[in-house]
Design a protein around this ligand. Structure first.
Ligand code: ADP
Length: 464
């Protein structure tokens, strides 16, 4: 159960994970289904659906009719159910509305209400992030749904920065519950859905082992809770969907390539990128792909890029793809004129360009302040692109500095302009050692970060 699922609706890594994990669980012989809100997405209009359930419930002063529709042809590799609540969920964007608390609480109530009447009884209900984290509470303590209490729930945390806080005046969004249990909703005097999920779920997982350790010291107010609940928390590294992210078959890129021929064909992708963005294909191409927010340290990019270009006399090129905070977008846009031929950017979300950049770039920069797992570095490695990462969260678990034995990436410790510029310097120096770069690319492309491995770890957690 999730707010995002690729290819239906994706804002970041959550969508990638929920779009891939169930597919691989099904391949292992289990039955995994996904339920998510019905947004006004392209996927909705381009595919056929059948109605499987209709219901209604009252919430605060509202009365909601909901419909569960199921994608008819099993196109995504698992049963996909969408929850339609007229006027509430059927919007263009996934998040960012003033009534998001109401939207996602209504979504959760609809799913639990449907589960209570469904002909199947799942063994596990697996929820993801704060948008679905009230479900373990609802299944145990809401009077109408208490017969679901025997079904075990698992909460996976993709990002603990966002917790879905709601004031107590919104407690009537949650169906009538045992008042003695209101403490299970609460953290620091507000209703905190993520904290509630951590307290009520049978098991909790984070998307990398190192992120779990970090949350005990830095989790936007939940540190003590993570420390207290550590006995039921597990870190499971995300995988990548090797069917979607495969340089041999990727239809978004200019020329496909494999371990045997990447030297020539990777360069062809770089050429297309450089031609399109007025960059120099002979120089090291360093790219950034992602949300332009403080968590990703995107605010440091303008200074780090200009510093690097000045101090290393333009020995490298930069290309940025992303969207997010407006002031960062503006700065990254305005810089184009100053660094023509050395730097370019595209503001917005562009799946095709992202693939081409993973394929064509030499280095991928991720200076993140917080990175629960990070998928970009794993995609980059599969496409032979060397990651330059800050030593945090899942980046620490997946990238080993090329200075160490068997290493392949560039790692640094602090999210500062100086550390980034220094790492860019190391990248440029490395780029001149062509044979070494070739060996590193070869090594990275063989690393197995696939879901096959991680899906089994989730199954073991379910069994436990
Ligand atoms: P997060 O979920 O924190 O945003 P992840 O590294 O887990 O970060 O996942 C990011 C995913 O979103 C990757 O698949 C990345 O390619 C994609 N992505 C992020 N921003 C963009 C963008 N502007 N255009 C295309 N893809 C993007």
């Amino acid at each position: 159960m999730s707010a995002e699922c690729y290819p239906v609706a994706k804002a970041g890594g959550l969508g990638d994970v929920v779009g891939a994990l169930p597919k691989y669980q099904n391949k292992l012989g289990h039955i995994a289904k996904v339920v998510m809100p019905m947004y006004r997405s392209k996927f909705l209009y381009e595919n056929n659906f059948e109605v499987v359930h209709k219901g209604a419930f009252g919430l605060a002063n509202y009365w909601f009719d909901y419909t569960i529709i199921k994608e008819a042809s099993n196109k995504v590799g698992f049963d996909l159910y969408l929850v339609d609540i007229y006027g509430i969920l059927d919007r263009e964007k996934i998040y960012g509305y003033d009534d998001d608390s109401l939207r996602f609480t209504a979504f959760q109530v609809a799913v639990v209400d449907w589960l209570a009447q469904w002909k199947h009884r799942p063994d596990i209900v697996h929820v993801h992030d704060h948008h679905t984290a009230l479900v373990p509470f609802m299944m145990q303590y809401c009077y109408a749904y208490q017969h679901l209490a025997g079904i075990k729930t698992i909460l996976t945390i993709h990002n603990a920065e966002y917790q879905g806080w709601m004031g107590w005046e919104k407690s009537n969004y949650i169906p009538h519950y045992d008042p003695w249990k209101s403490g299970m909703l609460e953290w620091n005097n507000t209703i905190n859905p993520l904290a509630s999920g951590i307290k009520c779920a049978a098991k909790v997982s984070t998307v990398s082992p190192n992120y779990l350790q970090e949350l005990r010291y830095n989790s936007n107010g939940l540190e003590n809770l993570f420390e207290y609940e550590k006995g039921k928390c597990y870190g499971i590294l995300n995988g990548i969907d090797n069917d979607v992210w495969n340089p041999e078959t990727d239809t978004y890129i200019e020329e496909n390539f494999s371990l045997n021929n990447f030297k020539k064909h990777k360069a062809a992708n770089k050429k297309v990128l450089c031609d399109q963005f007025n960059l120099d294909e002979d120089k090291a191409l360093i790219v950034f792909i992602g949300r332009l927010v403080g968590e990703k340290a995107a605010d440091l990019l303008p200074s780090a890029i200009s510093d690097s270009i000045y101090h290393m006399e333009g020995r490298m090129n930069f290309l940025i793809l992303g969207s997010g905070e407006h002031w960062i977008e503006h700065q990254l846009q305005n810089m184009r004129g100053h660094f023509l031929g050395y730097y370019n950017s595209q503001i917005g979300y562009n799946e095709k360009l992202a693939h081409l950049m993973y394929a064509g770039a030499d280095f991928l920069l991720m200076p993140s302040r917080v990175e629960p797992c990070g998928l970009n570095q794993m995609y980059a490695m599969r496409y032979g692109t060397i990651p330059i990462v800050r030593n945090t969260g899942g980046l620490h678990d997946t990238v080993k500095d090329f200075g160490e034995e068997g290493g392949y990436g560039i790692c640094f410790d602090r999210a500062t302009v100086w550390d980034i510029s220094y790492s860019v310097h190391r990248a440029v120096e490395l780029y001149d050692q062509r044979e070494r770069v070739h060996e590193i690319r070869k090594l990275m492309m063989q690393i197995d970060n696939s879901w096959e491995r991680s899906a089994q770890v989730y199954i073991n957690l379910y069994n436990s």
